[in-house]
Design a protein around this ligand. Sequence first.
Ligand SMILES: [Zn+2]
Length: 239
Amino acid sequence: MKEQILFLVELQNINFEIDERMLRNVDLPKEIARLDEESEAIEREMEESGQRLDKLKTDYKTKETALKNGVENLKKAKSRLLEVKTNKEYEATLKEIDTINEKNSGIEDEIIHMLEEVDKAGEDLKTKESETAGRRTKREDEMKKMKKEQESIGSTLENILKKRDSVRSGIKANLLKRFDVIKDRKNGRTVVSVWKEVCSGCYMNIPPQMYNELQRNERLMLCPHCGRIMYWEDRDDNV
Ligand SMILES: [Zn+2]
């Protein structure tokens, strides 16, 4: 009997493994898709940061040109001042110079502010790039591992199923039937160990007399509380 029970325990472990692989088979493509999405989002964000920096730089250059023109205008106005003939013209040109000066000083302020923005955006991008580089490598490694696992999951499952068949063939038909029935009913653990009169399936105590009998491994015994197949696990022996 003991050997048969051990086969059942093995079968149970194999069944758990199959369930786990099946779940993994469903989860893996989802995880791969999630990683893909994450990568795309990060690359997109990097691209947007780069574009933002480019735009700031272009705006900055436009302002610089505007200032250059402003300085040129100022120079022209100042030289015109030497050529004016009437007092009125003189006053008008002075006013024009004032206006140009005011405008140029405004542009200068803007340029200083924009330069700060360009610097800040450049720093941000650099920080982001170095952060992304590390994360990218990590993600790529993870992705490689998952794809490899995905490729081998079919053959792994096939091997486990073969192993299950061979273990099942070593178990007596009536015992196997009991096992399958209890398995369907209990939705999971079917064979449970008992140590010091406690069933590891429901954590209830079994009667001492039953425990004594269980230790003799003579017949198939079910837990009186949860109905699972019990076996005596000699934990002193395992240590
Ligand atoms: Zn029980």
